[in-house]
Design a protein around this ligand. Structure first.
Ligand code: ZN
Length: 128
């Protein structure tokens, strides 16, 4: 299905800002409030399974675009949720004005140690 305009605009802006070719955005909707996402390793496609919570769908898109940009800019990166990923994601969260607290809760529920380490290293303060 056609991605919503806000998602197309955000993805195009990110691709422009980081000087990468925008991937194909595969958009689906889910019945749950929460969203899911994926990014192919060759970087040509990202997908978002958008739940009813638009903010969550926006975070899924930012997260997958973060993978996508890193895959295109860093030859040895293979899509891990490692320190390099989160060192790159936090500035993206700030740059595109997503609420940091929401991002920390979501990302921290999946990759707590790396999230805490990289967020602190960037000057943030996260208790865990
Ligand atoms: Zn991921």
């Amino acid at each position: 299905m056609e991605p919503p305009r806000w998602a197309q605009r955000l993805m195009a802006r990110m691709a422009h800002d980081y000087k990468v070719v925008a991937p194909y955005l595969h958009w689906k909707t889910r019945r749950s409030p929460s969203s899911s996402g994926y990014c192919t390793l060759h970087g040509g496609v990202i997908g978002v399974g958008a739940g009813s919570d638009k903010q969550d769908a926006r975070l899924a898109l930012l997260h997958e675009m973060c993978h996508n940009i890193l895959l295109k800019l860093v030859p040895e990166y293979r899509g891990e949720h490692d320190a390099r990923f989160y060192d790159f994601l936090w500035p993206i969260i700030r740059r595109y004005r997503f609420p940091m607290k929401v991002a920390l809760v979501f990302e921290g529920s999946h990759h707590r140690r790396t999230v805490a380490l990289t967020y602190r290293r960037g000057g943030g303060n996260l208790k865990c």
